[in-house]
Ligand binder design. Structure first.
Ligand code: S3P
Length: 431
């Protein structure tokens, strides 16, 4: 449990300068996981030291993986190969991290031992049936709370077979769980998804030497190809950059350079959305780091207008809708977000949380079953906000406060350490 912490954020008149965005959470998880499953040594730099990624690291340490600290954001992982993990002698605590629990479920489904995964009060409420179903179809034995749908999960892995799964949702966690199980057994395992979700697993597994095919509609893996340790450089997290992108757009007289941000097309929906709303965002110094495209993002204050958002861009910006709703509150006209029912099963119900929080400070926002409608341009006033223990709600409301007419107090803010440990420090320097 986090200690209860409250932050007060004041309106500001301009934001200028450079910000180095911390490492990508999704990529950091995968770097730790794949380095642990590889043969030999991997060096990971640019790693996010957020609580979620530390949950993944501790899980592998419990299974016998040796890790050396090599600097603030650098680790050396001594991989144990596909068959070298040991049965953890206690429950594995995934904290607040859905990525840890769902990807670990895929890895453990194929390991010939017993394990139990649990998490915090929020993670224990989130749906796990979406990974239990395909992994059970491959032959793994799962037992979970709430009729096998919620954590704690007990896993008896090992005797599984390759397979094909048509996922009803575009979820990188589901896709990755199935690919990670399939990677460890003979044969080809294929996952189809309705829209392309983030493809970091496919890119990084390939980088570690796995045989992965990506195609329109899904990906497949050929099993039993050993991974080899690598040097991985993790780019900055576009989902963290998103807060400062929106801040730079809505606060007048602002110009911010966000350095070293991952712009993988399966993640860069936020740039497309904000540009369509009239936002000035330039991609500078484009390059590639360990198989992932990266750029510096230059954002300048802009007059935003409302748009309709739905379809294939939703999974490409799935974590950014709390802060997109903030941008929409500062835009002229109406923004409608649809096809985004997944927001209801994130760290909290993000549709309800953003509607409650933004309406508490004067925004015109209506929840929809699968999204929300925001009529922008209403003046936002100060107030008190509950983060619901969700890092992205807390940070989105801090950004809203920068453009409101009075201070906003946000409670339960320690949760921001899950994905962006120095958020408040950076905000304090710029805000
Ligand atoms: C993630 C996938 C997404 C995202 C989450 C991280 C990942 O979840 O919301 O923050 O690292 O694979 P879903 O797979 O549930 O869409």
């Amino acid at each position: 449990m986090h200690k209860v912490e409250t932050k007060t954020v004041l309106p500001t008149t301009n934001l200028t300068g450079e910000i180095t965005i911390p490492g990508d959470k999704s990529i950091s998880h995968r770097a730790i996981m794949f380095a642990s499953l590889a043969q030999g040594k991997s060096r990971i730099s640019g790693l996010l030291r957020g609580e979620d990624c530390m949950s993944t690291l501790h899980a592998f340490e419990q299974m016998g993986v040796k890790v050396e600290e090599a600097g603030d954001d650098e680790l050396i992982v001594h991989g144990r190969g596909l068959d070298g993990l040991q049965e953890p002698d206690s429950v594995v605590d995934c904290g607040n991290s859905g990525t840890t629990m769902r990807l670990m479920s895929g890895i453990l489904a194929a390991q010939p031992f017993f394990s139990v995964l649990t998490g915090d009060q929020y993670l224990r409420q989130r749906p796990m049936g979406r990974v239990i179903k395909p992994l059970s179809e491959m032959g793994a034995k799962f037992l979970g709370r709430a009729d096998n749908s919620k954590a704690p999960l007990a896993i008896s892995g090992g005797a599984i077979k390759s397979g094909t799964y048509h996922s009803p949702i575009a979820s990188a966690q589901v896709k990755s769980a199935v690919l990670l199980a399939g990677m460890q057994v003979e044969g080809v395992t294929t996952v189809y998804e309705p829209h392309l979700s983030r493809d970091h697993s496919e890119r990084m597994l390939r980088y570690f030497g796995a045989k992965i095919d990506s195609f329109a509609g899904g990906a497949s893996v050929t099993g039993r190809v050993q991974l080899t340790g690598q040097e991985v450089v993790v780019p900055g997290d576009i989902s963290s950059a998103a807060f400062f992108l929106v801040a730079g757009l809505i606060v007048p007289n602002s110009e911010l350079l966000l350095k070293n941000v991952g712009i993988n097309p399966t993640r860069s929906g936020i740039i497309d959305i904000l540009q369509q709303m009239g936002g000035s965002i330039e991609l500078l110094n484009q390059r590639e780091l360990s198989g992932e495209p990266v750029a510096d993002l230059l954002v300048k204050s802009s007059d935003l207008h409302g748009i309709d958002i739905g379809g294939e861009v939703i999974p490409r910006a799935i974590d950014e809708f709390p802060v997109v709703s903030v941008a929409a509150a500062f835009a002229s006209g109406t923004t409608t977000i649809s096809d985004a029912k997944e927001l209801r099963v994130k760290e909290t119900d993000r549709i309800a949380a953003m509607c409650d929080s933004l309406s508490a400070i004067g925004a015109d926002i209506t929840p929809l079953d699968d999204g929300m409608r925001i009529v922008g341009g209403k003046p936002l006033h100060g107030g008190k906000i509950n983060s619901c223990g969700d890092h992205r709600i807390a940070m989105s409301m801090a950004i809203a406060a920068l453009g409101a007419s009075a201070e906003i107090e946000i409670n339960d803010t320690a949760c921001t350490a899950t994905s962006f440990p120095n958020f408040w420090e950076l905000l304090g320097q710029k805000g």
